[in-house]
Design a binder for this molecule. Structure first.
Ligand code: GLC
Length: 479
C-alpha cells in the first residue's frame, strides 16, 4: 500500500488485531515487527520460538537450505480481481456485492497453460521459486476442491489452474509455492466466525480442508505462504494443528508466519528487511503499487531499483519475492516482462554475487552496496563515481575514477571487475581502501560489481572510521 502517512488498510487490520505478521511492518524498521508482532495471539513469536527444541531447529535448517541459497523468487497474484483490473482488494475496498462479484467466475477463462509463460519469465529473470495465489481474500479457489463450487474447475474456466501452475513451474526446474489467504470475504462464515462458535468450527474445518487438499493433490510443494489471519487468533484458527497437518503431508515444506505462528520465515511487505538474529525473512514487493492486475497503475520501479532491492535483501541475509500481476487471460503486462528481462540479464552476469550469498555486516554507503560469500566481498556500485572536480585538490580522488570504502575490516588480497574479470588495482590503509585503475564509465548496467578477495571475513564499519581516523588540531593547519 502507499506510504502516504495516512492510516492504510493494512494498518487498520493491525489495529483491529488482524494479526498478519507482515501487516505489522512499520516504517520505523524491521526490528519492531519481529520483536512485537501484531498478533492477537496470547504468546509472542519470541515466546513461541524459545520453546522450539533443537530437533525443530535442525529440521528447519534442512528444509530451508535451498531457499536460503535461492534468494530470489516470483510472486503471482491472479484471480477474479484480475478481471476488474483495479487491484486485488477491489471487492472489499469498493464494496462490491457478493452476487455481483460472483459473476466474474463466469468470465474468468484464462488461456490454457498461461503459467508456462510466467515460469519461462521467472527462469530467465534468475528467480528460483514461484509462489501463486491459490485463493486470495476474495475466496475464489483456483484449484479443484470438493469443499466449494466457487473454484476455477467448476466455473467457466473448467480447469485446475493450480495444477497448470505446478506443472509449469516444475517444467522449468523451479520450486513450487502456494499462497493461501485465511481471510475470506466470500465464505458465509468468513466474518461471523469471530463471534459465533458454530460458524468458527465450520469455517476452520473448511480452511483446514482446503489447505489439506492443496497439500495432498499436487505432489511435493516447497512453500506454503499463508496470508491475513483476520478475524481469528492463531488459537481459534487452530494454527498449530493446521501446521502439524501441513508438515505431516509435506515433510520438506517451509511455511511463513502469517497464520499467527512464527513459521519458518518472516514476511516484511513492501520494504527491505535486515538481518535479525537467526530468523529467516523474505521481503515481498510489487513492481508497481499493486499485487493484482491494476491496468492504470504506471508507477513502475526501474530495473535498477529492483536490482538494488535484491542486493539489499541478500546483504541482510533475506530473500526477495517479486510480484507479477497477470491479466485475466494470464498474459503478463509488458512492463513487467521488460523489467524482469533487464533484471535477468544482470543476474546472468552477476548471479554469483546473490545466490548462496551470506549476510554482510556493513552499513550504508552512498553509491554502492555489499554482498558477501565467505571472504569475498562484492561491491555493487549503482552510481559509478567519476570525474569529481574535487580530484583537482584532493589526491584521495586521483585518478578520477576511484571507488572508495571506509572502514573495511579485512585486508584486501585482490580485486576484479566481475563483468570482465579485469583485475582492479587498490591501495589500502587502516581506514580506507581505494580501488583505482577503473574505467571512466560504469562497466555494467544497471549495477557494476567489483569482487574483492579478503584475507578474512570482511565487515565494514563507518563507526571505525569515525573513531579511529587520525585527527588533527582544531582549525585548518595545512595549506
Ligand atoms: C497483503 C495484502 C494482499 C497481498 C499480500 C502480499 O496481505 O492484503 O493483497 O496479497 O499482502 O504480501
Amino acid at each position: 500500500m502507499k506510504n502516504d502517512g495516512k492510516v492504510s488498510r493494512r494498518d487498520c487490520l493491525v489495529l483491529l488485531g488482524a494479526g498478519a505478521a507482515g501487516a505489522a511492518a512499520t516504517k520505523a524498521g524491521f526490528a519492531a515487527p519481529l520483536a512485537t508482532p501484531a498478533t492477537n495471539s496470547s504468546q509472542s513469536f519470541a515466546q513461541r520460538e524459545a520453546k522450539e527444541n533443537a530437533a525443530e531447529q535442525a529440521s528447519r535448517e534442512r528444509r530451508m537450505k535451498w531457499w536460503h541459497a535461492a534468494k530470489f523468487g516470483m510472486f503471482i497474484h491472479w484471480g477474479l480481481y484480475s478481471l476488474i483490473g483495479q487491484h486485488e482488494w477491489a471487492m472489499d475496498e469498493e464494496g462490491v456485492p457478493i452476487p455481483q462479484y460472483e459473476r466474474l467466475a463466469q468470465h474468468f477463462v484464462p488461456r490454457p497453460h498461461a503459467a508456462r509463460e510466467w515460469a519461462r519469465i521467472a527462469k530467465r529473470a534468475g528467480q528460483k521459486y514461484m509462489v501463486m495465489t491459490t485463493k486470495h481474500h476474495e475466496g475464489f479457489c483456483l484449484f479443484d476442491t470438493k469443499l466449494t463450487d466457487y473454484c476455477a474447475p467448476r466455473q467457466a474456466c473448467g480447469r485446475d489452474l493450480v495444477a497448470e501452475f505446478v506443472e509449469a513451474v516444475r517444467g522449468e526446474g523451479l520450486r513450487v509455492g502456494f499462497y493461501y489467504s485465511l481471510m475470506d470475504w466470500h465464505h458465509p462464515d468468513g466474518a461471523r466466525c469471530a463471534t459465533d462458535p458454530a460458524a468458527r468450527k465450520r469455517f476452520v474445518e473448511y480452511t483446514h480442508g482446503l489447505v489439506r487438499e492443496l497439500m495432498t493433490n499436487y505432489g511435493k510443494i516447497d512453500v506454503l505462504w499463508y496470508d491475513v489471519d483476520w478475524p481469528l487468533t492463531p488459537e481459534q484458527w487452530e494454527s498449530v494443528r493446521m501446521n502439524e497437518m501441513v508438515f505431516r503431508l509435506q515433510p520438506d515444506i517451509i511455511v511463513n508466519n502469517r497464520n499467527g505462528l512464527p513459521g519458518d520465515f518472516s514476511t516484511p511487505e513492501q520494504y527491505v528487511g535486515s538481518a535479525q538474529g537467526a530468523r529467516a525473512w523474505e521481503t515481498c514487493m510489487t513492481m508497481n503499487d499493486s499485487w493484482g492486475y491494476q491496468r492504470a497503475d504506471d508507477n513502475w520501479k526501474s530495473p535498477k531499483t529492483i536490482v538494488r532491492d535484491l542486493v539489499s535483501c541478500a546483504k541482510g541475509g533475506g530473500n526477495y519475492l517479486l510480484n507479477i500481476g497477470p491479466r485475466p487471460d494470464g498474459s503478463v503486462p509488458e512492463e513487467e516482462v521488460r523489467i524482469l528481462t533487464h533484471v535477468g540479464d544482470w543476474m546472468s552476469r552477476n548471479g554469483e554475487t546473490i545466490y548462496e550469498s551470506e549476510p554482510v555486516n556493513a552499513g550504508y554507503h552512498p553509491y554502492l552496496d555489499f554482498t558477501r560469500k565467505g571472504n569475498t566481498l562484492y561491491l555493487h556500485v549503482y552510481f559509478w563515481p567519476n570525474g569529481t572536480p574535487a580530484a583537482e585538490w584532493l589526491p584521495f580522488f586521483d585518478p578520477r575514477t576511484v571507488v572508495a570504502v571506509g572502514g573495511l575490516r579485512a585486508k584486501v588480497k585482490s580485486a576484479r571487475l566481475l563483468v570482465s574479470g579485469q583485475p582492479v588495482e587498490f591501495r589500502q590503509d587502516d581506514i580506507s581502501v581505494q580501488f583505482t585503475g577503473l574505467p571512466a564509465l560504469a562497466p555494467d548496467n544497471p549495477v557494476s560489481v567489483i569482487a574483492v578477495e579478503c584475507d578474512s571475513e570482511p565487515s565494514v564499519s563507518e563507526l571505525y572510521v569515525r573513531t579511529h581516523r587520525k585527527r588533527y588540531n582544531v582549525g585548518v593547519t595545512r595549506s
